[in-house]
Design a protein around this ligand. Structure first.
Ligand SMILES: *Cc1c(COP(=O)(O)O)cnc(C)c1O
Length: 427
């Protein structure tokens, strides 16, 4: 079988041998991911059937988008699959950050306190909350803080465990508790659904009125349950990550309690109009189809990540999470130890992309970052990180974060190309 691939890609013998070994190390984890995908695919399929999805729902609307039945059914399909009362799935969300920001502005009011239970939130959320001034150089910029919403944070304990004692103590002061499921680009573990459930229980025992909001980016369909199925009141994510299945062209979603989703819809459009407007311009079909593919595409990304974790550990690199650790998101970090190796790694990942494979990624100065950043991305949709991609800031310990892979075999080839480039950089 590999003989025919060798006529297309000439991997070093050593990489081929290590890849075989890596794949056999992953056998159990792959089987587990297949089971999870089977269940999630069934969950989504059932949601399509129960909500009577039909071809007429793919027709696009324009202008105000009144009576766009496809848009309404898509919301219902997401809600059912995520075990939520309602959902707001829109191409009008320009990114994950926009969906998260809309949710927070939707449910918080001046004088309220937002309490993070999972330490420092994702970089872009710091500016939304108003704890970092960012490019505007000021926090009187319409951030939550600028609107009189306080922010408090409970850091994770060593080993990324939640501080349940501090959660019980501080929850009574807060209107909204904030949990970030994925590690994002931080050096911490991602929080499993089981851990999130414990955090929610602790917060609600101490304050039955608290609203729990989860940043679910990168987490959808990696486990059998979503945060809204274990007590979260609201969650949000991006459609150019897992739930868009690499087919949705842009967008985001918010899902959870019906009254809260309604409030968020007032923030996305306007008070009174809410969910009733927003034309879909012919994008409903891609959003439905992407959601249909999402569980299996997510499983491909997780398998790519598991394979990479095993292969690079065999090559002597520190990877996190390891291939034998349970997953709750699609991200993995690899400590490479030098700028040259980061460049080599990203070069290889880029060579494995379907789009712009001929391009050589170089470190550059990115707005908002103190260090130069290198990025490998050759995606169908600009910035889509459900597609194989890697990036990292050029600084100690010279780690890259890798995610995506919309089919396992193409993801595997990208990872093997990265391994080949690393090997060359080493010699
Ligand atoms: C991707 C991501 C976001 C939002 O990022 P966008 O680039 O705005 O889509 C927020 N939180 C986490 C944990 C993420 O992974």
């Amino acid at each position: 079988m590999d003989a025919s691939i060798a006529s297309l890609y000439s991997f070093p013998k050593e990489i081929e041998a290590l890849s075989k070994k890596a794949e056999s190390l992953c056998r159990d984890a792959f089987a587990r991911m297949e089971e999870i995908s089977y269940y999630n695919e069934a969950k989504v399929l059932k949601a399509f059937a129960d909500n009577r999805v039909s071809e007429t729902h793919f027709a696009g609307s324009t202008g105000y988008g009144y009576d766009d039945r496809g848009r309404e059914v898509l919301d219902a399909v997401y809600a059912q699959a995520f075990g939520a009362e309602d959902a707001l799935v829109r191409l009008h969300f320009v990114s994950g950050t926009h969906a998260l920001s809309t949710a927070l502005f939707g449910i918080l009011r001046p004088g309220d306190t937002l309490l993070s239970l999972s330490g420092k939130p994702y970089d872009t959320m710091e500016e939304v909350i108003g704890i970092r001034s960012g490019k505007t150089g000021t926090i009187t910029n319409g951030s939550l803080k600028d609107f009189g919403i306080d922010y408090e944070q409970i850091d994770l304990l060593p080993d990324s465990l939640p501080d349940l004692t501090a959660i019980r103590k501080k929850a009574p002061l807060a209107k909204v508790a904030y949990i970030q499921r994925s590690r994002g680009y931080a050096m911490r573990r991602s929080l499993s659904i089981a851990v999130i459930e414990r955090m929610i229980r602790a917060a609600k025992e101490a304050n039955p009125d608290i609203l729990v909001f989860v940043d679910n980016c990168y987490g959808e369909f990696v486990e059998e349950k979503e945060p809204t199925e274990v007590g979260a009141d609201l969650m949000a994510g991006s459609l150019i990550k897992n739930p868009g299945g690499a087919i949705a062209r842009t967008g985001g979603y918010i899902a959870g309690r019906r009254d809260l989703v309604e409030l968020c819809s007032y923030r996305l459009t306007s008070v009174g109009m809410g969910k009733e407007v927003g034309c879909t311009l012919g994008q409903n079909e891609a959003m439905f189809e992407g959601f249909f593919f999402a569980p299996s595409v997510t499983a491909a990304a997780v398998k790519t990540s598991l394979f990479a974790s095993a292969l690079f550990s065999l090559m002597g690199y520190q990877t996190s999470p390891r291939y034998d650790e349970p997953r709750t998101d699609i991200i993995m970090a690899i400590e490479l130890g030098s700028k040259e190796k980061m460049c080599a790694f990203c070069r290889g990942i880029q060579m494995g992309a379907p789009v712009d494979a001929y391009v050589t990624p170089e470190p550059w100065n990115m707005p908002g970052y103190d260090d130069q950043v290198i990025m490998a991305a050759g995606a169908f949709h600009n910035g889509a990180s459900i597609e194989l991609s890697a990036d990292g800031p050029i600084k100690e310990p010279f780690s890259v974060w890798m995610q995506g892979g919309i089919t396992y075999h193409t993801g595997k080839i990208g990872v093997m190309l990265a391994a080949g480039e690393l090997l060359k950089a080493d010699s």
